[in-house]
Ligand binder design. Structure first.
Ligand SMILES: Cc1ncc(COP(=O)(O)O)c(C=O)c1O
Length: 376
């Protein structure tokens, strides 16, 4: 039964009982049972910092000068990973907001509405096109799940506002050949969605040399979104958007401090900024390299264990996502959910999807594979 807004306040002990019950029903990354999320458990120190900055709202930055300073340091540090140099940078709620802003800018800059996207593009682009009255045109993928560049090239025309590439696709972790696409985008906005791969590729490149580049060293890349709240191990919500040119689009915010707003949100919860500042400074590149390498080793381990029980990978993993052919993934996912396991699915081709995040340990993989062996 729906509960009315209470007439009188209740005793904290009574409230805590209910809160604890709700909390206990939530799944926790620490259980090792979540394979279907691109987020993960933040570091202990960053959880502590998060709670200390719970009031902060960089929608009104003059009130939070210390947090604003940390934000600038985060932007500079992450910018140096992707050679952003003098690029403009924004903190956002995540990849969705970044992709919307990228297409918004493309439309304003070019006055055009056609958006060329790989079929692997995240559904946030569908939202963006609907909001902005833009027209998506999807490009088929090659067998390795990267975009077919030959088809893409033919689709760019005088109506095109933007071309999008994905560095770490949601379903398979595939990385589009950004270097090959960039030279084709002279007259259009070229946006790279590195929401997932942005905190994997820079730390893998030294160890797995075959990975393509994604950053501003590639001439032609106009904007990049990468999400600390995915493989950056930040508490949610935090996405970072970089634009080679400062393309304006500042909306005046006369009743607040600051020089106007560029993000979609007005008031924006900002505790993840000091929390992520702490995470990145605590781990350093060396820490991220170790974490990312462990995720990759666990991804290869997942593939070998799944093969043992008869599941074939859809592609060999490039990043820490493993997907396996299956005609009826929803049936398995539903039954696994009843057993408190969260796994996900791919749509094209249909299959099971495992995101091997830092909270996933070998023993969790062994246990989930043992459960899945019942279906083979
Ligand atoms: C490649 C990619 N882009 C964008 C997004 C959207 O990110 P968010 O849910 O943080 O808005 C996701 C989310 O999974 C993603 O995988």
């Amino acid at each position: 039964m729906a509960e009315d807004f209470p007439e009188e306040g209740k005793d904290p002990d009574e409230l805590m009982e209910k809160i604890s019950k709700a909390e206990n029903r939530d799944m926790k990354f620490s259980s090792g049972r979540i394979f279907g999320s691109m987020c993960t458990e933040p570091l202990r120190i960053s959880k502590e910092i998060y709670s200390r900055f719970i009031e902060t709202n960089l929608g009104n930055p003059g009130l939070y000068r210390g947090t604003a300073e940390l934000e600038k340091e985060v932007h500079d540090a992450v910018g140096s990973l992707i050679h952003a140099d003098d690029a403009e940078s924004l903190s956002l709620g995540g990849g969705t907001e970044g992709n919307i802003i990228a297409l918004w800018r493309a439309r304003e800059k070019t006055g055009k509405r056609k958006v060329i996207l790989p079929e692997s593009a995240h559904f946030s682009f569908e939202k963006a096109c609907s909001l902005l009255d833009m027209k998506p045109e999807y490009i088929p993928l090659r067998e390795d799940q990267t975009v077919d560049v030959d088809v893409l090239e033919k689709k760019i025309d005088e109506d095109t506002a933007a071309v999008v590439s994905i560095a770490g696709t949601t379903e398979h972790g595939a990385v589009d050949p950004i270097e090959k696409i960039a030279p084709l985008t002279d007259d259009v906005h070229f946006h790279v969605d590195a929401a997932f791969g942005g905190f994997v590729i820079p730390f893998l490149r030294d160890r797995y040399a075959q990975l393509p580049d994604l950053d501003f060293q590639i001439e032609g890349v106009d904007s990049i979104i990468l999400d600390p709240h995915k493989m950056g191990i930040s508490p949610v919500p935090l996405g970072l958007f970089y634009s080679r040119e400062d393309e304006g689009l500042t909306i005046d915010s006369p009743y607040l401090t600051g020089d106007g707003q560029k993000s979609l949100r007005g008031t924006r919860a900002s505790a993840s900024i000091p929390a992520f500042w702490t995470t990145l400074n605590h781990l350093g590149k060396e820490g991220y390299r170790d974490i990312v390498s462990r995720c990759m080793e666990n991804t290869y381990y997942t593939v070998s264990k799944m093969k043992e029980i008869g599941f074939e990978p859809i592609v060999e993993p490039t990043l820490n996502i493993a997907s396996f052919e299956h005609d009826e993934p929803l049936k398995i996912i539903g039954e696994m959910e009843e057993r408190d396991w969260n796994i996900s699915r791919t749509v094209k081709p249909t299959g099971l999807r495992f995101v091997i995040m830092p909270h996933v340990r070998r023993e969790n993989i062994d246990r989930v594979v043992e459960e899945l062996s019942k279906w083979k």
